[in-house]
Design a binder for this molecule. Structure first.
Ligand SMILES: [Zn+2]
Length: 276
């Protein structure tokens, strides 16, 4: 997913809460996560690896893109505002909003001092669609981070042959044979998502995607029309850390000292039932 507007610098530094999701999944059909999109098949389409001939992996950015799309699909259930889908000119771009710049100047003149970073952040944040508020967009950083999924070095892969069909005529395009590599089925892997400073709205946005993951509605990678990328949910948990209350200070210090002390532990089902 292209995120050219994404600026890591624009983030709000006060940590109020943190959620760590661990979701165990299994691929029930082969997975192909390659560097090329399905529409740009070349003659050889290897899967992505950490480095050449090493562990197959699925980049966190790929997972984030999948989950973002899943949230977009159902956002209308909760929000009046249409997602921007990061679609060209329609994409949220509060940093290009002259009104906000004028508002900042106005406040600074009135208060006769520089407006705080936090206030600037909030002015920009308020302009975003619910999806961008959660997954990032328009110079506001994502609140959710996806770790790469790295498969074991001995993961079995195979190579399949395909023929590129011309979509207009339905005939084989010239001599367009190609091959693609895939990970064999039945590998268990874990999706780890860390979310920070989540509001109720952010939690709903993320939960919309997590529910589809739990319901086996999300597929991973390319060659989906050939049945690849089907995954099965095995289990999911979430650790919740509430840093907003002073009475949680001791638990936070314990966590910082290496003795993990979440404010709450939930199964993914419990979390989804509460949020949705
Ligand atoms: Zn948006």
């Amino acid at each position: 997913m292209c995120e050219t507007n994404y600026n890591e610098n624009m983030n709000f530094s006060k940590l109020k809460n943190m959620y760590i999701f661990r979701i165990k999944l299994k691929n029930i059909t082969p997975i192909h996560v390659g560097g090329n999109s399905e529409d740009s098949v070349t003659s050889k389409n290897p899967i992505m690896r950490v480095s050449e001939n090493e562990n197959p992996f699925i980049p966190g950015s790929t997972l984030k893109g999948l989950m973002r799309s899943a949230s977009e699909r159902l956002a209308h259930l909760f929000f009046d505002r249409e997602p921007c889908y990061l679609d060209g000119d329609k994409a949220c771009a509060p940093h290009k909003n002259v009104k906000i710049e004028e508002k900042i100047k106005e406040i600074e003149q009135k208060e006769d001092r520089k407006i705080s970073e936090e206030k600037i952040y909030n002015l920009y944040y308020d302009e975003l669609c619910p999806i961008c508020r959660t997954y990032g967009g328009g110079s506001i950083a994502s609140k959710v981070k996806f770790e790469h999924i790295v498969f074991p070095a001995n993961t079995l892969t195979n190579i399949r042959e395909g023929i590129q069909i011309d979509r207009d005529t339905g005939t084989v395009k010239g001599n367009r044979f190609y091959t693609y590599e895939y990970i064999l089925p039945n590998y268990e892997f874990e999706m780890v998502i860390t979310a920070e400073n989540m509001t109720e709205e952010n939690l709903k946005v993320l939960a919309l995607a997590l529910a589809q993951l739990q319901g086996n509605q999300i597929r991973i990678g390319g060659m989906l029309a050939r049945g690849l990328g089907q995954i099965e949910f095995i289990s999911g948990t979430v650790k919740i850390y509430d840093f907003s209350k002073k009475e949680n200070k001791n638990a936070i210090i314990q966590t910082l000292l290496g003795k993990d002390t979440p404010t709450e532990n939930k199964t993914l089902t419990e979390f989804l039932e509460k949020v949705l």
